[in-house]
Design a protein around this ligand. Structure first.
Ligand SMILES: [Zn+2]
Length: 161
């Protein structure tokens, strides 16, 4: 795997547009995000293709380079993606990035060295299922709740189009 920034700035512009449109009132704006592509295959621990990821830079990297988060995108996948899938991926990766704010002031909290406090948001939805098990036993109560909330979110998306 090899990483590089998008010299044409297309990737940066795309993600910044998504940031403006979908995260207008989100404290993510207090953070600086570095965007880059990677070339090569990346697999999750479950063996699925990874299309993008977000991570926090180390405190030293943050101090030296002036960025808080890194969002990296599989270049080959990005190139062949439809617009809506690029939007989806961009929204997804930005969603992982949290700036911790003081609820009263709305200002970012700081660590002991004065850097803004940041975190990675874990996924809300994960369904590690076999269709075979669902065919035999149906969904568990917890899984059914997740699927219902997914369908509800999908319906509200479809209504707005
Ligand atoms: Zn993710």
């Amino acid at each position: 795997m090899k990483f590089h920034r998008d010299k044409s700035k297309g990737l940066d512009r795309f993600l910044e547009k998504i940031m403006k449109k979908y995260y207008r009132n989100d404290p993510i704006h207090f953070a600086k995000v570095l965007y880059c592509f990677w070339i090569g295959e990346k697999k999750s621990p479950e063996g699925n293709d990874v299309l993008g990821f977000a991570r926090i830079l180390t405190p030293r990297e943050r101090d030296i380079f002036g960025y808080d988060f890194l969002i990296a995108i599989d270049k080959k996948h990005w190139r062949k993606s439809k617009f809506i899938d690029r939007v989806r991926l961009a929204i997804h990766e930005i969603r992982h990035c949290i700036v911790v704010v003081d609820e009263e002031t709305g200002e970012p909290k700081e660590d002991k060295d004065g850097r803004i406090k940041i975190k990675i948001r874990p996924h809300e939805i994960s369904l590690n299922l076999f269709l075979y098990e669902v065919k035999k036993c149906g969904l568990s109560d917890g899984e059914r709740k997740v699927v219902k909330s997914l369908l509800k979110a999908d319906r509200s998306f479809r209504k707005r189009r």
